[in-house]
Design a protein around this ligand. Structure first.
Ligand code: ITT
Ligand code: MG
Length: 172
């Protein structure tokens, strides 16, 4: 089975490989555009980004399954939440969608995003580290390392692969 992943980010690719570890699969990573803003600002936009990545990956990589994982934020009356979404696509089937755990971003971070900055560089600046988005992620920093970005995407991937198995078992 050929699985095409629409990202080169190791926090995402690790999660995908682990989720398919029981399958005999080959993996191809393609840096496809998400078709949404660099910093998606709602669940809807983030989901759209995940689906776009999965569709483009499947198309360009000519595989059996395309995977898109996308990070964003969602405004609520409680503040700005981190949100993450994943999509798994097979040809001629509706996309399978799953969402990741969410935490509230501290005000100092939320204010910078609302002013137009992107979470990736803001997190590097805030934590005095490099490439937080490719490593523990904002979720890792703000949960004291208990849940890192690959763990969080790993959970999203289980939601996707589980639904994929259910659909193909049921034939629906
Ligand atoms: O290479 P790609 O796959 O694009 O990986 P990315 O890290 O840029 O991830 P996304 O495009 O899915 O994330 C959208 C934006 O949110 C940022 N972001 C999302 N989650 C993050 C996290 O946990 N830590 C740091 N930045 C994050 C990211 O840097 C982007 O600006
Ligand atoms: Mg990105």
């Amino acid at each position: 089975m050929k699985i095409i992943i629409g990202s080169l980010n190791p926090a995402k690719t690790r999660a995908v490989e682990e989720a398919f570890s029981n399958y005999s699969s080959s993996f191809l990573y393609l840096d496809v555009p998400s078709g949404v803003s660099e910093q998606p600002f709602s669940d809807d936009e983030t989901i759209r980004g995940a689906i776009n990545r999965a569709n483009l990956a499947l198309e360009q990589g000519e595989g059996n399954i395309g995977i898109g994982l996308e990070g964003g934020v969602q405004k609520t009356e409680h503040g700005l939440f981190l949100c993450n979404w994943g999509a798994l696509v097979e040809k001629n089937q509706p996309p399978i969608i799953g969402g990741g755990a969410r935490i509230l971003l501290p005000n100092v971070i939320a204010e910078r995003l609302l002013a137009g900055e992107e979470l990736g560089p803001v997190m590097d600046d805030f934590s005095k580290k490099e490439n937080v988005r490719k490593n523990e992620g904002a979720v890792g920093i703000f949960t004291n390392g208990l849940i890192n970005r690959a763990d969080m995407f790993g959970h999203v991937m289980k939601l996707l692969v589980g639904q994929y198995e259910y659909r193909n078992k049921q034939g629906v």
